[in-house]
Ligand binder design. Structure first.
Ligand code: CA
Length: 228
């Protein structure tokens, strides 16, 4: 677990990001402007800052320069601009890495882990979860079933890890669309169903004979300890 500071003026993105990072086991604080972000970065001494480059009061790269004058905290820049110039200037200003918007929370999390590893921030991310003979390790993104590795596509892993973080709880499909697929509005239940079906196949079960992954009709999906 790491203490993160998210500096992002778009409330919708900020809220989604905070939730996604908290769910991945981090402590997250946030700021909506560059100046409050700078102040919090100094006062709260986070392990890492996720910084939006397009802020209302000050350009993110400018903030980064000011921050670098007082702190060596690792910074990951998030930007919608895909022109090389702004990324290069952010890296020049002292960013450790960057992600382009729109990005998936899982992608950002991977960057966060890599940056913290490089900066010697120690271990991050939640502990492995074991359910029956299934083990899901969010840090290494490895899954094993009865001791054997299971190869999952990134979204299959994200879905399983999300359910594994809340074993026994029925998670509505719209929550999965919002949190795993980053689709706060809309998105089709079919997306969840299709991935669920692939996931089940890889875990050696089916919708007709579920073991670990149970669908509760009209409510959602949960990961459960299998019946002996
Ligand atoms: Ca912005």
């Amino acid at each position: 677990m790491a203490q993160l500071l998210v500096v992002e003026d778009d409330e919708r993105i900020r809220t989604a990001l905070i939730r996604a990072l908290r769910e991945r086991g981090h402590a997250v604080s946030s700021a909506g402007t560059a100046m409050s972000g700078l102040q919090q970065a100094v006062e709260e001494r986070p392990d890492l800052v996720v910084l939006d480059l397009g802020l209302p009061d000050l350009d993110g790269a400018e903030l980064l320069r000011m921050l670098r004058a007082v702190s060596a905290v690792p910074v990951i820049v998030a930007t919608a601009r895909d022109d090389d110039g702004s990324i290069v200037s952010a890296l020049d200003a002292g960013a450790d890495d960057y992600v382009l918007k729109p990005f998936q929370a899982g992608q950002l999390e991977a960057r966060i882990r890599a940056v913290l590893r490089r900066s010697g921030g120690g271990e991050t991310g939640p502990e492995p979860v074991t359910v029956g003979n299934l083990t899901v390790d969010p840090r290494s993104r490895r899954v094993s079933l009865a001791g054997r590795p299971v190869e999952l596509a990134p979204k299959e892993f994200d879905l399983l890890a999300y359910l594994a973080a809340r074993v026994g709880t029925v998670v509505p499909k719209r929550d999965l669309l919002r949190e795993v697929w980053q689709l706060p509005y809309g998105g089709s239940d079919k997306t969840v169903d299709v991935h669920l079906s692939w996931l089940r196949r890889k875990l050696g079960e089916s919708a007709a004979e579920p073991r670990l992954l149970q669908t509760v009709r009209g409510v959602g999906v949960r990961l459960v300890e299998p019946e002996p």
